[in-house]
Design a protein around this ligand. Structure first.
Ligand SMILES: NC(=O)c1ccc[n+]([C@@H]2O[C@H](COP(=O)([O-])OP(=O)(O)OC[C@H]3O[C@@H](n4cnc5c(N)ncnc54)[C@H](OP(=O)(O)O)[C@@H]3O)[C@@H](O)[C@H]2O)c1
Length: 316
C-alpha cells in the first residue's frame, strides 16, 4: 500500500514479534506495513516471512548502526530483548539502549518497549527474603528490562512501555508443562501457593502491541500492562486435567526448592515466582483483563488457549 506507515518489528521470527507481524498482515486496510528484523534473512523463518510478502531486513541488537538502518523510514518500532539467549542483564541494558538510541536517530514516531517490572522497587537488594543474584538483581530478567525503561523515557521520541505476562507457551516450549512426578502422577510445579499468576497467549502480546500503534497518542508516554487471565496453580491444573483428559495436579513447592532445581535460570525463575506471589495485588492489579480485551477483542483465556494448543503439550 502506498503511503503505508511501516512498523519495524525486532524479534519478528520469535514469539512476541510473530504475533505483531501477523496482526499487521491480517489487517489489510490498516494503512500499516511491517518490516521484519532478523539477524539472518536466509533462515527458514525469515524466508517464510518473505514469501508472505513481508519486507525482511537484517539487524542485530548488538549493533546499533544496523538498527538505525533498519529503523530508517519507519513510523513505529517494536523493541524487545532476548534474555534467555545470553542470561545477561547487562546485555539486555545495552540492547535496550541501542534500540532506543537507534529509534531516536532514525526519527521513529512511536516506539513500543516490551518490558517487565524492576522488582527491586518492591524488594530492595538488602531484603533477604530472596537471594540477590549476580550481585545486583533480585529477578535479573525482569530487573534489567525495568531498569532499561529509562532509555525509552529519555529517548525524546513518543514511547509506550508494554509490561507483558508469563506466556502459556512456556508449557510447550520452556519445559514447564505437566511432568510425571515420583508418584507417577502428572503435575505442574511452581512456588506460588494459592496466589494467581497472570498469563497470556504470546500471540496476544503482538495483537495488543498493534492496537497500541494504531491508538498512537492515546498510549504515548504511558505504561500498558497486559494479561489474558489470572489463575492459581490449582486452577491451571484443573484446566489441564479437563483438556488433556488425565489428572494433572499442582505441586506447590517453596521458592527456595524451585531455585535449587537443575536448569539454567532456576534461581531467577524461583525469585520471579516468589515476587509474583508476594506482590500478587500489585502484579495482577496492574494487568487488567478487561483493559487488555479492549486492546485485543480476540484475547484468549487459559481455557481457550488450551483448547487450541492441547495437542502440542507433550506429556512426559
Ligand atoms: N517466556 C515468557 O513467559 C516471557 C514473558 C514475558 C517476557 N518474556 C521475554 O521475552 C523475551 C524474548 O522474546 P520472545 O519470546 O519473543 O523471543 P523468541 O521467541 O526466543 O525469539 C526471539 C527472536 O529474536 C531474534 N533475536 C535473537 N537475538 C537477536 C539479536 N541479537 N538481534 C536481533 N534479533 C535477535 C531471533 O530471530 P533471528 O534468529 O531471526 O535473528 C528470534 O527468533 C525475553 O527477553 C523474555 O524475558 C518472556
Amino acid at each position: 500500500m502506498e503511503n503505508s506507515k511501516i512498523i519495524a518489528v525486532v524479534g519478528a521470527t520469535g514469539a512476541q514479534g510473530k504475533g505483531l507481524v501477523n496482526a499487521i498482515l491480517n489487517d489489510k486496510e490498516s494503512g500499516f506495513k511491517v518490516r521484519a528484523i532478523t539477524r539472518n534473512a536466509g533462515s527458514d523463518k525469515a524466508k517464510e516471512l518473505s514469501k508472505m510478502g513481508v519486507e525482511v531486513v537484517e539487524a542485530d541488537v548488538d549493533d546499533k548502526a544496523s538498527l538505525v538502518k533498519a529503523f530508517k523510514g519507519t513510523y513505529g518500532a517494536f523493541c524487545l530483548t532476548f534474555f534467555w539467549e545470553h542470561f545477561s542483564p547487562e546485555k539486555e541494558n545495552l540492547h535496550a539502549k541501542n534500540m532506543a538510541e537507534a529509534a531516536s536517530e532514525a526519527g521513529v514516531k512511536h516506539v513500543i518497549w516490551s518490558t517487565l517490572e524492576d522488582t527491586r522497587k518492591w524488594i530492595p537488594l538488602d531484603d533477604d527474603r530472596m537471594p540477590t543474584l549476580s550481585g545486583k538483581y533480585k529477578v535479573p530478567h525482569f530487573d534489567a528490562k525495568g531498569e532499561s525503561n529509562v532509555y525509552f523515557e529519555n529517548s525524546g521520541i513518543p514511547y509506550t512501555l508494554l509490561n507483558t505476562s508469563f506466556y502459556w507457551e512456556n508449557f510447550i516450549y520452556f519445559g514447564l508443562g505437566p511432568q510425571k512426578g515420583p508418584d507417577g502422577k502428572l503435575g505442574i510445579t511452581f512456588p506460588m501457593g494459592d496466589k494467581k499468576l497472570p498469563g497470556i497467549a504470546s500471540d496476544d502480546i503482538g495483537k495488543c502491541a498493534y492496537s497500541i500503534f494504531k491508538g498512537g497518542k492515546e498510549f504515548q508516554g504511558k505504561t500498558v500492562s497486559i494479561a489474558g487471565e489470572h489463575l492459581t496453580g490449582n486452577q491451571m491444573a484443573t484446566a489441564f486435567s479437563k483438556h488433556l483428559g488425565v489428572e494433572v495436579k499442582y505441586n506447590n513447592v517453596p521458592a527456595s526448592v524451585y531455585r535449587s532445581f537443575d536448569f539454567p535460570g532456576a534461581d531467577d525463575m524461583g525469585n520471579m515466582f516468589q515476587f509474583k506471589a508476594e506482590f500478587e495485588a500489585d502484579f495482577c492489579g496492574a494487568r487488567d483483563i478487561n483493559a487488555t480485551k479492549k486492546l485485543n477483542p480476540e484475547l484468549l483465556n487459559f481455557d481457550s488457549w488450551l483448547e487450541k494448543n492441547k495437542s502440542s503439550i507433550k506429556i512426559e
